[in-house]
Every structure is written in C-alpha cells, then in structure tokens.
Write a protein that binds this ligand. Structure first.
Ligand SMILES: [Zn+2]
Length: 364
C-alpha cells in the first residue's frame, strides 16, 4: 500500500468499520458480518512484568513485580476478511502486523512475546504461538477469518512460553528440533510441570490466563533437518545450544526474515543455559556466529520478546549480545543498555536476571 490515495481509502474504510462496530454494540456488518471481531488489548495499561522463564532457578526468576510503562499503541494492521482488506481491530489495536511479504507478527501484551505467521501455499506456518488464551483464540479467529489454515507449527525452544497452543488453531504438526521435542516430552512426563508453570504465573498479571491443555506437544524433526517440511517459502533451521536445549532460529530465506527465538532482543539480555550446557558461554558465542553467518541476507529480525528490527540493526543486535556474553565470561560489568538505569520501563527486572547469571557463573 504505497500511494497516498490508497492509504486514505484504507483509513476511511477502517474508521467506517470502527464506527459501525461501536454503533452496533460490538458487532460488524457488511462483508465482515460473519466474522467475530473483538478488541483484545486494553490499550497499554500499566501492568507488572514477570520473567518469562520458570524453567530453572539461576538467574531465571524474576525480581519483584514491576510495572510496564504505558506502552504506546502501535498503528498496525490486521489482514482480515475474504477480500484481504487490511484493518485494525475495533478498539484500535493490531492483531497481525506484516513485517515482510507473507510474514506477519502478533505481539502479545505479555513480555512483548512475538508469534510469527508465515504464509505458505495452502496455509500458514505458526512459530511460537502465544501467549494468553484469549490472544491465541483471537489469533485463531483472525487466521480463519482470512482463510488462513494453520498447516504447521514450530517451537523455537522448550521454554513454557514457546510451547503453547490453542484448540482453535487446529491439529497441524507442531515441530521442533529433536532436542527441543525431547525436552518438551520430558517436561510432560513430569506430573508437576504444569502446576509449576501455573504457580510461577500466579504471581503475574496473566495468572489464570494461560491454557496449558495443549502444552508441549512437539513433533521432533530428525536430527540435522535443514528446512521445515512444509509447502511454503523455504524456512532454514539454525539449531544451536544457546539459551535452551535444541534452541533453533528460523530463517525465512526468500523473505529475508530471521526469527531469532530468545536471542537478539532489544529488551532481554542473553539468558544462558546454565544448567544444561557444558559450556554455556561458548555455546552462546557459537550460536551468535551462526546467526552472523546469515546476517548479510537478513532484512528483518523478529526476536522472541521485544521489538522487530530491520537490516540496519542486525549486526548491532548480534554485537550487543556478544559483548554481553563476553563481559559475563570475563566477570566484567557489561555496559549494556538493557540493564541498569537505561533498561526500558517495565524491564528493570532484567538487571536481576543479569546479576543471577553473573553470580551463577562466579560459582556463588
Ligand atoms: Zn521466551
């Protein structure tokens, strides 16, 4: 949508939908009549921000509850309706934002968790769907309203916030690397896993809002699988051992989109796999070198949590993560903007993550 008159047309159209929605007590008519459209964000009200990973203790527990600053509503669009007309949800917030041709991102109101939708020939690939139950239901509704069937899923790694699913998303295979699937299986074999996650979330603002019914059903891809087996643009699997066992970044080659999993974030420092890995520092550095290997072809980076960035910031994000890990290795205090007073409002607890990691590596 490049030319001005098209844009004006779009905004007029969108405003019409919103006005109609309001006048009609939350229902829309016209060509969207059959689609239930509903706002699912509350407009960036302050809320406590907990830590995403309850997997282990060292450096992974959040600090005291903090409040997110009023996160600005992003003016982005959702593609919905059979005519592919772009629109936002009435109420103003986006559901899906296009970041590249055929690649859409949904950002959860919880920890800026990103769900990625890649358009294939007969349906979509859904990467790390999250996070609250109503957000997933909303996502499922919007996908089906725009005739997008989910034909495959992928979990970048076996942390709880990347192993979620919703019944309305259907029964497509949910892939992960063999090590990711094994870790997910191990979690499921422990009868306390779900209670542990629920307990962790009990102290957050999303207590009771995350469904674990379909948690962790990951289909293992054979070791060494190079690409996601599906009918769509080639999605290269970049497996490494940073952050979590069997962690994989995905590179949607034809679209230039790097889905980084829990790396290359503008808000979270590298979180090392301090329990599982023999050499968590070197594993992380090796993973960064792998991402660097594709960086020249990357136009867009989508981190698991945080802001999407363009080609201009790819190297910067890699370097920032590397500098952090090297400082950690050398026992230096990293001059990292994601911790200390320069942390983004609501993300002050990332400093606690850092101190926990530093202590753990120092053997305390
Ligand atoms: Zn995560």
């Amino acid at each position: 949508m490049s030319d001005q008159s098209q844009l004006e047309e779009f905004f007029k159209f969108q405003q019409g939908i919103i006005d109609e929605f309001r006048a009609n007590e939350g229902k829309v008519g016209g060509m969207f009549e059959v689609y239930p459209l509903h706002p699912h964000h509350d407009g960036g009200a302050p809320r406590p921000a907990p830590h995403p990973a309850p997997r282990t203790d060292a450096g992974r527990r959040r600090g005291p509850s903090r409040r997110l600053g009023g996160r600005r509503t992003e003016a982005a669009m959702v593609q919905a309706g059979r005519h592919e007309a772009p629109l936002r949800h009435p109420g103003g917030e986006l559901v899906l934002r296009q970041v590249a041709d055929g690649v859409l991102v949904h950002e959860s109101e919880f920890l800026q968790s990103n769900t990625i939708v890649v358009q294939g020939r007969d349906g979509v690939l859904l990467i790390d769907p999250g996070l609250q139950d109503h957000e997933l239901a909303c996502l499922a509704t919007d996908l089906s309203a725009s005739d997008r069937t989910v034909v495959a899923g992928f979990s970048t790694h076996p942390d709880w916030d990347h192993l979620l699913w919703h019944a309305q998303l259907g029964e497509a295979p949910r892939y992960g690397t063999a090590r990711c699937a094994a870790a997910a299986r191990e979690q499921l074999s422990d009868p306390d896993t779900k209670a542990h996650i629920t307990d962790h979330l009990a102290e957050t603002e999303i207590a009771g809002k995350v469904s674990l019914d379909l948690y962790g059903f990951v289909t293992a891809l054979p070791v060494g699988t190079a690409r996601i087996p599906w009918d769509g643009p080639g999605v290269r699997i970049i497996e490494h051992q940073a952050h979590a066992p069997g962690h994989a970044a995905l590179f949607v080659e034809e679209r230039g989109v790097l889905v980084a999993g829990d790396m290359l974030s503008d808000v979270l420092v590298p979180m090392l796999d301090l329990d599982g890995a023999a050499d968590p520092i070197e594993d992380y550095l090796a993973a960064l070198r792998q991402l660097e290997g594709v960086a020249a072809d990357v136009d867009v980076v989508v981190p698991g949590h945080g802001s999407v960035c363009g080609a201009g910031q790819v190297h910067e994000r890699i370097e920032r993560d590397r500098a952090y890990v090297l400082a950690l290795r050398d026992g230096r205090e990293p001059g990292d903007p994601r911790i200390g007073p320069s942390a983004k409002p609501g993300w002050e607890w990332v400093s606690d993550v850092h101190h926990g990691q530093a202590r753990a590596l120092a053997g305390d």
